[in-house]
Design a protein around this ligand. Structure first.
Ligand SMILES: *Cc1c(COP(=O)(O)O)cnc(C)c1O
Length: 356
């Protein structure tokens, strides 16, 4: 059948998301989903939106959602772009800012969708290595960059760069676009959104999937100078006029307006993260300092692949990346407190039963 495929399609190596197996019920700690349900206000709004109005196209500009996001961050609606998950916002950004401007620079250990977008859009990339402690060393960003992107906190390490380092990057590269992917910023990091007014080359991308418990609704957004937002609108309007459906628009507005529930969930996850760090350290894990809703950990004796397998057999899914330098690490999503008790109990059993 491949004879029908384009050369580009044949050459792709698509992104592989964390597994969502259906064979049994798992405790899912492998895709950084939020363990708490969406706010009740979101569920009510989405249910109310299942109506005759679905006959009509949604607002192509999702203007009320942009206003709600702008209101939340104290910025203008003109500085907000929304899309079908931040993955789509990122894809549009690659086309708008990086195509024909190669090479795009990003860390060698980072969100694995970046190289996939480079492949499909035929953008050259230039990888720079992380420091020995797995943090981003801004001095390693290549001088000859046509664009820069990194998650903050980085994935899958969970390590955060501070704002002064990000400002140093923006000063050093005023003529290219710098994207800060803040998928996990609400779990204790400091957002770069405050820098977007001062730096016309900074685009901050966020998502409703992690901190707002809405991975299934597919809503992401970007914040930046008007010039950047206009470029994204041109790309979006050359691809799909309606990336957000009625339900997504209504649900996302309700989510960003329910600040109380959001804050409560984020605080609970941060507290549970502190608990899990203590437990894992006492079980002889090395734990990287995380500002995300996951931990990146390595056991001092046992192989990550073995722990991954045995957890899976016990109904607990975590993420293992078969990639040099991180193949002995596991990425574990922070769940509810009781989920973490179960995980720790299971890890204790695995460690005990594998003692030589
Ligand atoms: C989860 C994630 C995204 C994508 O989120 P969606 O909004 O669900 O598409 C983007 N960047 C990073 C680093 C992520 O971990």
């Amino acid at each position: 059948m491949e004879k029908y495929w384009s050369k580009l399609t044949k050459a792709l190596s698509p992104y592989v998301p964390g597994e969502q197996p259906q064979d049994r019920k798992y405790l899912k700690l492998n895709t950084n989903e939020n363990p708490f349900p969406p706010s009740d206000k979101v569920l009510t709004k989405v249910k109310d939106s299942v109506s005759d109005a679905l006959r009509l196209y949604p607002d192509p500009n999702a203007s009320r959602l942009k206003k709600a996001i702008a209101n939340y961050y104290g910025i203008k609606e003109d500085n907000v772009f929304v899309g079908n998950g931040s993955d789509e916002v990122l894809a549009f950004s690659f086309l708008a800012f990086f195509k024909d401007k190669a090479p795009l620079s990003f860390p060698d250990i980072t969100y694995s969708f970046y190289p996939v977008y480079c492949d499909i859009f035929e953008i050259e990339s230039s990888l720079f290595s992380l420091d020995k402690d797995f943090s981003i060393d801004i001095n390693k960003i290549p001088e000859k960059s046509g664009g820069i992107i990194f998650p903050n906190p980085n994935a899958p390490t969970g390590i955060c760069l501070n704002l002064s380092d990000i400002e140093t990057i923006l000063h050093r590269f005023p003529n290219i676009v710098v994207i800060v992917d803040e998928a996990y910023i609400d779990f204790g990091g400091i957002s770069s959104i405050t820098l977007t007014e001062k730096y016309p080359n900074l685009l901050v991308v966020q998502t409703f999937s992690k901190s707002r418990s809405l991975a299934g609704l597919r809503v992401g957004f970007a914040i930046g100078h008007l010039g950047l937002i206009q470029a994204l609108n041109r790309v979006k309007n050359s691809f799909n006029s309606y990336p957000l459906d009625n339900l997504a628009i209504e649900g996302a507005i309700a989510a960003i307006e329910d600040n109380e529930y959001f804050t409560h969930c984020c605080e609970a996850i941060i507290e549970t993260r502190d608990y899990l760090i203590k437990e894992l350290v006492s079980l002889s894990f090395q734990v990287l300092p995380s500002k995300a809703n996951f931990l990146f950990v390595k056991h001092q004796k046992l192989d990550a692949a073995l722990i991954y397998r045995e957890l899976r057999e016990n109904g607990i899914l975590v993420r293992h990346f078969n990639k040099p330098t991180i193949d002995n690490f596991l990425r574990i999503t922070i769940g509810k407190q009781e989920d973490m008790h179960l995980l720790v109990k299971c890890l204790k059993t695995i460690i005990d039963s594998n003692k030589i």
